[in-house]
Ligand binder design. Structure first.
Ligand SMILES: Cc1cc2nc3c(=O)[nH]c(=O)nc-3n(C[C@H](O)[C@H](O)[C@H](O)COP(=O)(O)OP(=O)(O)OC[C@H]3O[C@@H](n4cnc5c(N)ncnc54)[C@H](O)[C@@H]3O)c2cc1C
Length: 274
């Protein structure tokens, strides 16, 4: 575990021993613009049926083509790490087709975001994973889900798994009201949508302020935080130091980092698997 992730509770990441996973060639079959800055891309592939969907807030690695490449090659196990490899959330998987949805936040200039903005049916990527997921604690009295647009797919998968008797507060930061979308869940959920400050250095500042202001219920709570890495660290420090919460209550992840290319709070190895 790194400084940017903490997983120490019954509801923390299930972290089995790291093992090498297959990289597979996947092809775009559908593209849906969910909002002005969010694209859902559906992939299929010959061996995608063997994709081991493992629950909410898991992650995959996607390799994007370099300039001039029609499609990215599957990397050699002992070869150099591809430069255009990024981490995404398996949003929905249907093994019967098989097909896998990935929701891309179009944040601006980056190989993954740029690719998603121009994605076309028939294009090919290389996919590795899935890696460890989030374990929902069935005994939790309440849940607090905190995330920005990069973590929204992960939070959606958590919401979809939560049972009807779960009490949930969700604080979600997106660019503006056009990025707000209906979230499916059986749980009793109270969602607050927050809008991003236009200054890049203030990314997730609204999220941080909302966490600082929130009144948390008593009892056995579980907290998931996924957002910009520096904001995540400040939120985590606040929860631990100012509120005195037990680290076992929370999983915190840096999903991206201001000014950093291919930032990830995990090291999945050089060939892009986990
Ligand atoms: C476990 C995990 C799961 C993730 N799942 C998803 C997912 O399902 N959907 C999704 O959209 N993202 C997801 N992300 C975040 C995604 O991996 C990063 O946003 C990634 O950096 C995007 O790659 P890129 O090539 O577009 O930009 P990079 O080349 O990595 O970065 C280029 C520039 O863009 C900035 N940047 C990168 N991401 C963002 C952002 N989100 N907002 C604002 N600026 C940014 C960087 O600071 C840098 O300056 C996930 C991350 C993790 C760790």
């Amino acid at each position: 575990m790194t400084a940017d992730s903490a997983a120490t509770s019954p509801s923390a990441d299930a972290s089995p021993p790291r093992r090498r996973r297959a990289m597979r060639r996947v092809q775009v079959t559908r593209i849906e613009r969910l909002s002005p800055r969010t694209v859902c891309v559906t992939f299929t592939g010959d061996d995608l049926g063997a994709f081991a969907w493992n629950g909410p807030a898991a992650h995959i690695k996607l390799i994007f083509p370099e300039a001039g490449q029609a499609e990215p090659p599957i990397p050699q196990r002992d070869g150099p790490r591809p430069t255009r490899i990024r981490t995404y959330t398996p949003r929905r998987f249907d093994p019967t087709v098989p097909e896998l949805d990935v929701e891309f936040a179009l944040h601006g200039d980056g190989p993954a975001s740029n690719w998603a903005a121009q994605a076309e049916v028939g294009q090919v990527l290389v996919l590795g994973g899935p890696g460890p997921n989030y374990q929902i604690d069935p005994d939790a009295d309440w849940f607090l889900l905190v995330g920005d647009d990069a973590a929204l797919p992960a939070i959606e998968t958590i919401l979809e798994e939560l049972p009807a008797d779960a009490r949930v507060r969700a604080l979600l930061e997106v660019v503006d009201e056009h990025e707000e979308r209906p979230l499916a869940t059986a749980a009793q959920v109270d969602i607050t949508w927050l809008h991003r400050d236009a200054r890049p250095e203030r990314a997730d500042a609204a999220l941080e302020a909302a966490v600082r202001a929130i009144e948390l219920p008593a009892g056995n709570g579980r907290i998931y935080v996924g957002c910009e890495a520096a904001a995540m660290r400040r939120i985590r420090a606040h929860l631990l130091q100012d509120r005195g919460l037990d680290p076992a209550m929370m999983v915190t992840r840096g999903y991206w980092k201001l000014g950093a290319v291919d930032y990830t709070d995990h090291d999945y190895g050089t060939d892009g698997d986990d």
